[in-house]
Design a protein around this ligand. Sequence first.
Ligand code: GDP
Ligand code: ZN
Length: 320
Amino acid sequence: MSIECTVFKGTSGNYFVRELGGTETYCVKLRGTLKKDLEYSTSLSHARRVTRARKRRATDPVSVGDTVIIDPKTLQIEEVLPRRSEFARTTPGGHEQHVLVANLDTVFVTVAAANPYPNFWLLDRFLVAAESAELNAQIIINKVDLAEDIAATRKEAAVYERIGYPVHFTAARSGQGVDELMAALKGKISAFAGPSGVGKSSLLNAIEPGLRLKTGEVSEVTHLGRHTTTTAELIPLKYDVDTWVADTPGLRQVEFWEIESQNIEFCFPEFKEFFGQCQFSNCTHQTEPGCAIREASRTGQIDKRRYDSFIQMMTPEPAF
Ligand code: GDP
Ligand code: ZN
């Protein structure tokens, strides 16, 4: 007999898994011969991914979020099913790739309508980070109860909806929009990202009272520098068996996402229709004459503020 399961937690070779469509959990290990096969196959698939030149060998062949087939008698993982997505970080030193969460379906980038005032620049950074990691992103505008000019906020949000990002308007405090958000989470593995204070924890508590996430302040100091702990865990939501929220501080803060500068233009989905139309084939869409993307931002086909975000991301940080 074998059972298909989701890996929701893993520590040094022991994985906690839960059956798909049910609540039975098991603590399992990887079958010895499978370990070798998987290490070999992950390194091969990474080598083929030319757009992610920095990808290195994976440190652990099984990650939180993986769908695995286990034998409940031997308590061993027999097979790891192909992944839909990977949210990975390079380990300190840059030699290995550490997949924090596999099969993440949606990243909900959260901002507040007020208090703090919506930071669209930071929203754009998160969206670019999600595109760079090839993850689906949706937007939450929380605290709509505090919005002074909701029409203006909706107008800003419409820019993102036109690009293709679904936008959810919520108020964790009153419960407004929470049912609709739950419907978007159902049957998926999701993560909440965004600046602190926008109400991510409050929203999760509105979805499920008592739900607690690890705090973002956790950090480790090693000889290679300071970094957040990279452990990730999936938290099951009670209202639906196969609905999970990924919990790792590293996912919530944009500084810990890896973005490759040469790929930034590809992380603005609305730029795609203009590629190939610039006067110079190696156009960086900044100051070159005949740039189709800059022209589109001038005519309004590309939102001016989004284009400004792009320029800001392309500009190297000043060295002080
Ligand atoms: P996080 O840092 O993103 O997890 O934000 P929290 O969930 O800790 O919320 C920050 C503050 O905003 C808390 O004082 C919450 O009570 C408050 N808050 C969260 N959601 C709402 C909301 O929808 N409306 C209002 N008025 N306040 C909210
Ligand atoms: Zn251009």
